[in-house]
Design a protein around this ligand. Sequence first.
Ligand code: PMP
Length: 440
Amino acid sequence: MANINREKSTRLYEEAQQHIVGGVNSPSRSFKAVGGGAPVFMERGEGAYFWDVDGNKYIDYLAAFGPIITGHAHPHVTDAIVRAARTGTLFGTATEHEIRLAEALKTAIPSMDKVRFVNSGTEAVMTTIRAARAFTGRNKIIKFAGCYHGHADLVLVAAGSGPSTLGIPDSAGIPPSIASEVITVPFNELDGLRQALERWGDEVAAVMVEPIVGNFGMVMPKPGFLEGLCKLARDAGALVIYDEVISAFRFHYGSTQTLPLFPDHEAIRPDLTALGKIIGGGLPIGAYGGRADIMAMIAPLGPAYQAGTMAGNPASVLAGIACLEVLREPGVYDRMEALATRLADGLQASADRNGIPLTINRILGAFSTHFCAHPVTDYEEAQGSDGERFARFFRLMLERGIYLAPSKYEAWFLTTAHSDADIDQTLEAAEQSFREMAKD
Ligand code: PMP
């Protein structure tokens, strides 16, 4: 399958650049970090596959950076979207559907007493920060290096994922007065957090974290890290915000707090949670929620304003409900985990066989691949992996019809649509790719 034809993608990229900044509507879609040139323009998707405009088929491990957990055009989700299209996509009024999705989220994530829907993960995070500031009367936020929380001013400091991929973890265009309200400390060790809270404790509104990281690869919190984080924050009178835009419903039907992997769910209970991606079934959505007394700060109940013309729109909400229904089917997560385990173990064995240093961080049904010999437990270690090697691997896999995220910081996501045959084909492509890389 070497040197597959992508003429039309190349042509469309030329054209796109004349109209759309950088030719893409989200920088993480560009191929800048994997050798540049035209990104692939996709035409349609079905299940675990998508096809580009030149007719090439790919096994998709990008899953649109996370949301497409039931695969492309899942019939149940598609029916929900068609129903919304037929019965009106937006009313600017309340609908019953919103209550049903909110109920489903609250049932799965018990720390969310009250929920509000927005249109993206960025908005969800932004508003948790506003709510925390309004509630505590404090301004500063502590975040962890390499965590990505969307593109709002406050959190584009030491941001992983897209900003790190493109070498701009501290974005331009953010006033120093805003950046100075954010304190960044290392993930997976409590000393930095402790020191920051000792110094600024009574000014800190919230400690924000991806409790399971998805934005400098997949990284598990070390045992005791989340417990310690919650305790330190509480002792300082700061709130705990979990950004679960990637992690909620990714690993099991629920959030990090309810994962059986953690021994004491109360000890890691956040005050506020931000959601997005999966809960919209592939349509735009975000949600935030948490303690009733904090959520009561939000208008129309309280003085902190947040609104949205499209918020809670029937199409996104019905798609989200349908997606969660699929995820509630028995065995769904076990199957994704089994496939991810076989794939990750096979990749590791193949890399080892070919003398390519590779560290794989697998968490249940998702994992990240880091071209390095050391473990990856924080941002610095993730930065220390070999980006050029990743770029080479990405290209070799692409030529063999395997679509990975075009960044060494992003994850491989399994979906309910992937099959054992897909894993076999992917492992065969990886073996060939590693063999070529061993000759470099
Ligand atoms: N938080 C996390 C943890 C994310 O991974 C992302 C997106 N990758 C966001 C927030 C922002 O979400 P959105 O792109 O929907 O604004």
